[in-house]
Design a protein around this ligand. Structure first.
Ligand code: SAM
Length: 314
């Protein structure tokens, strides 16, 4: 089988952001089809190491020979929220020089009808990154109550017509089984009182269900909160985000890590004694026009670069 085409987003900027030391240890937390991993390996010498993770067994199985046979490379199927455990298993806990997160869906997820992420391609409503565990979005939609559904659509899709859409889905599933993405998109479309500008009416609802089903924000929160211990001093977190909910998770994380979270909050400790855990190197860098013209899917990307503050910055 041939791996699907996925154009890595902000490739040079994100790899430069990792500030790669040739004999360093790096993690690609969202391997996908290896575009970023390959570039990291190019920057490493024979002592350098790259560990990669992906939740999607399809991506894992599609790995190309040139990467899998590279002795400096290790790939694991799993969720990046488990990175603290994986790093202990790999013997690199506390000594990782950089972790890359290229969040969200790959082109394969959107292009392949069978994955059920796209309202443009008719297929089963699945929407799981990891099809080997949990239930599909279709199964969830069969039983979820109207109020929960409306809350999910509002919270993760920022959809103001969430109540109408939830009502329409619950009504329609009593008439017939809702099993494919085309059917679901039509129900959402009909429930909308007016058309969305510049996007399909189902965009926000599909995004909401996907984020909810994959617990995308929760796992991001978890991995960020463990990242300080996992990284080496001055280790970097490089994050490519694609929507404002991910940006908000990072913003909230930074608000907490600006103080030492292990210090009881109510104690009258002066700021100079609190430890700053991460320095912001850069925030919300966008792809340039040439990249967006070449790869329209990059248009919503934002690159964020954080660096673990010096241990002695106390
Ligand atoms: C945008 S793609 C990455 C593309 C990759 N950088 C490349 O150049 O080929 C995101 C990948 O992250 C994976 N993913 C999403 N959430 C994950 C998680 N919590 N843990 C591990 N992998 C995840 C998805 O399955 C998908 O393959």
């Amino acid at each position: 089988m041939i791996a699907p085409k996925h154009i890595p987003v902000m490739l040079n900027q994100s790899i430069n952001a990792m500030k790669i030391v040739p004999n360093g240890t790096y993690v690609d937390a969202t391997f996908g089809f290896g575009g970023h991993s390959r570039k990291i390996l190019d920057a490493l010498d024979s002592d350098g190491r790259l560990y990669a993770i992906d939740k999607d067994t399809y991506a894992i199985n599609m790995i190309r020979e040139d990467i899998i046979s590279d002795k400096r490379f290790t790939l694991k199927h799993g969720c990046f929220s488990e990175l603290e455990n994986f790093s202990k298993e790999w013997g690199i806990h506390g000594s990782i020089n950089g972790i890359l997160f290229d969040l969200g869906v790959s082109s394969h997820h959107l292009d392949e009808a069978g994955r059920g992420f796209s309202f443009n391609k008719n297929g089963p409503i699945d929407m799981r990154f990891d099809q080997s565990s949990g239930i599909s979005a279709c199964e969830w939609l069969e039983t979820v109550d109207e109020q929960t559904l409306s809350h999910v659509i509002w919270k993760y899709g920022d959809e103001r017509y969430s109540r109408r859409i939830a009502r329409a889905i619950v009504y329609q599933r009593e008439q017939e089984k809702i099993s494919d993405t085309g059917q679901l998109a039509k129900i959402i479309d009909k429930a909308m009182p007016r058309n969305e500008k510049h996007k399909h009416n189902a965009t926000r609802t599909f995004q909401a269900i996907r984020i909810f089903m994959n617990k995308e924000l929760e796992v991001l929160k978890d991995v960020l909160s463990n990242s300080y211990n996992i990284l080496a001093p001055k280790g970097r977190l490089v994050l490519l985000t694609y929507h404002s909910l991910e940006d908000r998770v990072i913003k909230n994380f930074l608000a907490v890590t600006d103080e030492n979270i292990s210090t009881p909050r109510n104690l009258p400790i002066k700021n100079e004694f609190l430890k700053k855990m991460f320095n912001i190197i850069a925030k919300s860098i966008k792809p340039d026009k040439d990249e967006i013209d070449l790869n329209p899917r990059s248009r919503s990307a934002k690159l964020n670069i954080l660096e673990k503050a010096n241990e002695d910055y106390v």
